[in-house]
Design a protein around this ligand. Structure first.
Ligand code: CMC
Length: 431
């Protein structure tokens, strides 16, 4: 670096005329370095104001890299396209949590430990039975994960690596079972207990579907399609639910309680619920001939094109192009979903329209995933649960990173207090 250029930021406080030099690291400044900027010595010091954390890095992370302008998504350096094509969800979960791809033996052991933990405690199954017949599967999922902390009480020792390891196996093993049980309650059928010989997604589909058929088999193409969808949804760096996982976990609570909170954040329509909105939109459009009129309404600002646009991606979401191909693989088995024709034409028109081009609005991960889930006969209210199962791998990876990061402390943002000044209490009859 030449004499003129230094890796620092010079700030002049025009209230006082004082100059400050603040170090820059990784193109960022530490917000705490602003605290020295004061008008009077007993001032609290300068804060940065950043609602919704639009420009605040809350951690240093080695897990997931996104370059939104270039449409790049990598887990631990591996491009999502390669992982979706060649890897499996369980291998990706290992990669996210431990940082490296497992050896063959490590992968076998990992899969075996997770599948060994697929059974849930009878007390949890009983508790789940008490949900009302029309309970939303995501509500059941969230409550059941929270209840798991009452059954695995050693989980609170978050500094003990062996105990943490076991909770990771348990969570990855049990979440598909909890999800499948929620679904069986939702459709009024008895629980199907896990069959660990069928693989991770194969077992999940089996628990959802099996009745009493002789020679019941899960179609390998459907199991693989779900596995790819799980890979694509496994992590997405500091999104809303992941930030919640880290934030709750920073209080050193057990991972079940933290994960229940993360799943609650995912439940919201602005996060894990967008694929459902896409499906409803395609149904509302109804046919390819209605698309131009619908696009005009979007351009007039009457509504948004659901499944388009992303806070980070200003290019094609790399997950969307992989999902589009998976959709056609699934339709080979399930028969086509007529909504796909509407989706493809909608995408074609939007990608050539000045409104969408100039705003860099491209299809995101949710544009095609709902169509696949619907073709696989999942009810719409299961969609966020199908997002939560794989995202748990990312939540756990980020939680482990946070728990072991010496720079992290309990999450505790500041506020700019703009409320009333001191005033004296008056009795109700005097108001
Ligand atoms: N349809 C039409 N116009 C849009 C859309 C859309 N889907 N998204 C953004 N715009 C327009 C918006 O009106 C604005 O136009 P103008 O500059 O004329 O006011 C411009 O594009 C920028 O929009 P923004 O709201 O500033 O963008 P944002 O980064 O805050 O929002 C988003 C990102 C994902 C919330 C938004 O694109 C959106 O609402 N998309 C539809 C919902 C959706 O598909 N969500 C799934 C996100 S991916 C899954 C996840 O992360 O959980």
């Amino acid at each position: 670096m030449s004499k003129e250029t230094k890796n620092t930021l010079s700030i002049t406080d025009n209230r006082t005329g004082k100059a400050y030099e603040i170090p820059i690291e990784h193109d960022a400044i530490r917000a705490i370095d602003l605290r020295q900027i004061k008008v009077k010595p007993d001032d609290f010091g300068m804060l940065s104001y950043d609602p919704a954390y639009l420009n605040t890095a809350s951690c240093k992370s080695n897990i997931t890299c996104i370059d939104g302008d270039k449409g790049i998504l990598r887990y631990r350096g591996y491009p999502i396209e390669q992982l979706a094509e060649k890897s499996t969800f369980l291998e990706v979960a290992y990669l996210l949590i431990y940082g490296e791809l497992p050896s063959k033996d490590e992968l076998d052991y990992w899969g075996q430990r997770i599948m060994r933990h697929t059974y849930i405690h009878v007390a949890l199954a009983k508790l789940m039975q008490s949900f009302r017949y029309d309970a939303h599967p995501m509500g059941m999922f969230i409550s059941s994960v929270a209840a798991m902390s009452t059954l695995h009480r050693e989980a609170k020792y978050v500094d003990d690596p062996e105990i943490v390891q076991k909770q990771i196996w348990r969570l990855l093993g049990k979440l598909p079972t909890v999800a499948a049980f929620a679904y069986r309650i939702r459709i009024g059928r008895p629980f199907n207990y896990p069959d660990s010989t069928r693989g991770y997604t194969g077992n999940f589909i089996y628990m959802l579907d099996y009745m009493n058929e002789q020679d019941y088999e899960v179609h390998p193409t459907l199991a693989r399609a779900l596995d790819i969808l799980f890979i694509l949804h496994a992590d997405h760096e500091q999104n809303c639910s992941t930030s919640v996982m880290r934030s709750i976990g920073s209080s050193r609570v057990d991972p079940y309680s933290a994960l229940a909170g993360a799943a609650s954040a995912l439940y919201g329509p602005l996060h894990g619920g967008a694929n459902e909105a896409v499906l409803r939109m395609l149904v509302e459009i109804g046919s390819v001939s209605n698309i131009p009129a619908y696009i005009e309404r979007v351009k007039k600002g009457e509504m948004r094109l659901m499944g388009f646009g992303h806070r980070v991606y200003k290019n094609y979401d790399p997950r969307a192009s992989i999902i589009k191909k998976v959709a056609y693989d699934v339709f080979e088995i399930t028969g086509t979903n007529k909504l796909i024709d509407i989706a493809v034409e909608l995408e074609r028109i939007a990608l050539h329209d000045e409104y969408f081009v100039s705003r860099k609005l491209y299809p995101n991960v949710d544009f095609y995933s709902g169509i696949i889930y619907q073709a696989m006969s999942f009810p719409v209210d299961m969609f966020p649960v199908l997002f939560a199962i794989p995202r748990a791998a990312g939540w756990l990876a980020q939680w482990v990173e946070m728990v072991n990061d010496p720079a992290q402390r309990i999450a505790r943002p500041r506020q700019l207090y703009l409320g009333a000044d001191k005033r004296d209490y008056t009795l109700p009859q005097e108001r």
